[in-house]
Design a protein around this ligand. Structure first.
Ligand code: PAF
Length: 280
């Protein structure tokens, strides 16, 4: 497995591989890899000839400095996992490599997608994501790039970024990978206390119960139902919202949506978890 640490090296190395006629698959990550990330790599391996993962904890997408400091960094274990599953290359840049002129975000217009849900609670977060993903795409120039549906709003934002910036890459959504007890896999799960780790699977349980409830109730009633269920748990709910999958607008204003998804953000102690489930 090739390890690139410099942007220039990565750009040159991958460009030579592309010139040899190989299709490039790319999985951008912030490391602390788990089975969810590996499933993105497995998807990439099926559709490409050369597969590269980036590991970069992007400072511009954190709106809380403690969260950035405490973000798990497990490079050695990550490299071992990637080697084991037959990844071809990994790109591990420093902050200066990605942000040679200082770590600032570009300002994007994501057609309103950035104003919904996460956007209300994490100001500037999606500008940070858009900035780093655009920069990584410029370096790697992948044919296909893989993003998990756990961060569904991020996925939609990146699809919009590709469209508005006319980037030549196909974005491939990959379904959420869950632990046996239903908890959506996330690098943040490593930071849960034992008590909160036991409690956290209730998020998926409530999503599933809400999906059932929604069969015979309105959006408003279902959101109320879910919130009441969260009140009985040890988690602190930030939002439970049913939204249109395309525009991410609240389903309360979009009764004719083709697909609806329920979205959750909740604190398990100090750790903020998100999850979602298609309900229509
Ligand atoms: O989903 C993530 O891990 C990050 O937001 C991403 C897409 C790698 C950008 O830093």
């Amino acid at each position: 497995m090739i390890v690139f640490r410099k942007s220039e090296e990565a750009e040159k190395g991958i460009s030579a591989i592309r010139k040899s006629g190989k299709k490039i698959g790319f999985v951008p990550t912030m490391g602390a890899l788990h089975q969810g990330h590996l499933s993105l790599v497995e998807h990439s391996k099926k559709e490409n000839d050369f597969n590269i993962v980036s590991i970069f904890v992007n400072p511009t997408q954190f709106n809380n400095s403690t969260d950035l400091e405490k973000y798990p960094r497990t490079e050695e274990a990550d490299l071992k996992l990637l080697e084991e599953i037959g990844c071809d290359a990994v790109f591990i840049p420093t902050v200066d490599e990605i942000y040679p002129n200082g770590s600032h975000s570009e300002k994007f217009d994501f057609n309103g997608l950035e104003l919904q849900m996460e956007g209300k609670f994490r100001p500037g977060h999606f500008d940070g994501v858009g900035t780093v993903v655009k920069r990584l795409f410029e370096i790697v120039k992948p044919d296909n790039a893989y993003f998990g549906e756990k961060d569904f709003q991020q996925l939609r934002i990146i699809q919009q970024l590709v469209k508005s910036e006319k980037l030549n890459v196909r974005i491939v959504p990959v379904p959420i990978k869950r632990e046996k007890d239903g908890l959506a896999m996330s690098s943040r799960n490593l930071r849960l206390t034992e008590e909160m780790r036991d409690e956290a699977p209730v998020i998926y349980k409530i999503l599933k119960e809400s999906k059932d409830y929604f069969k015979n109730h309105s959006v408003k009633e279902t959101e109320k139902f879910a919130k009441k269920l969260f009140d009985k748990t040890a988690l602190k709910l930030e939002y439970f919202e049913i939204a249109d999958e395309e525009t991410l607008e609240s389903a309360q204003e979009k009764p004719d949506s083709k697909h609806l998804r329920a979205f959750v953000a909740a604190f398990a102690g100090d750790i903020r978890l998100i999850d979602n489930l298609r309900i229509k």
